[in-house]
Design a binder for this molecule. Structure first.
Ligand SMILES: Cc1cc2nc3c(=O)[nH]c(=O)nc-3n(C[C@H](O)[C@H](O)[C@H](O)COP(=O)(O)O)c2cc1C
Length: 168
């Protein structure tokens, strides 16, 4: 098995939960670290990178990290978002992230909902556009739930299988 790193940026803990599920699923040999604690991706054969969607895009810290991913590195991306699954609001951050790592070998992406902090809802609820967004975000309040965790674990296994069988 390649040496696996699971790294994440998380403001309010949702993305961290998904990172931990991925780490659990892969097993003891995988390393889990917040993005700002990763000094060198060199030793890892496979890197899972996670971040929350913020203001329709990738948070700055995660963006900076993604730009540093070495060419040819096997990676997988995961994100959490408050908006409904499949909407542009939740997709565009992962799409942008995929472009940032275009020279890497992207084995897969995973996304699920994550509850939106009260503070974020207050700030985002102040403009008319964001008011409807805030209504939609309210139904994320139970996520990530046990199904999201199970899905994240299955995603991690899938990526490992892809990696082991030369699909990249
Ligand atoms: C400042 C801020 C901006 C956000 N913008 C979006 C957004 O544009 N689209 C979306 O789906 N969720 C948005 N969210 C919700 C977060 O993506 C969601 O709560 C996520 O699970 C947070 O992950 P974390 O706990 O790992 O920080 C925003 C949250 C914050 C705090």
């Amino acid at each position: 098995m390649p040496k696996v790193l699971v790294t994440y940026f998380s403001r309010t803990g949702n993305t961290k939960k998904i990172a931990e599920a991925i780490h659990d699923s892969i097993g003891r040999d995988a390393v889990i670290l917040p993005l700002d604690k990763v000094e060198d991706m060199g030793p890892y054969g496979l890197v899972f990178i996670g971040f929350p969607v913020q203001s329709h895009s990738v948070p700055y810290k995660a963006e900076a990290f993604l730009k540093k991913v070495p060419a040819g590195k096997k990676i997988a991306l995961f994100s959490t978002h408050g908006s409904l699954p499949g909407m542009r609001l939740s997709r565009e951050a992962l799409e942008y992230a995929s472009i940032l790592v275009v020279k890497a070998k992207l084995l897969g992406t995973f996304a699920c909902r994550g509850k939106v902090s009260m503070q974020a809802l207050e700030v985002l609820g102040r403009s008319p556009e964001h008011e409807t967004w805030a209504d939609m975000a309210a139904s994320a309040s139970t996520h990530p739930d046990e199904h999201d965790i199970a899905d994240a674990k299955a995603f991690a296994k899938w990526v490992l299988t892809m990696s082991a069988h030369g699909h990249y």
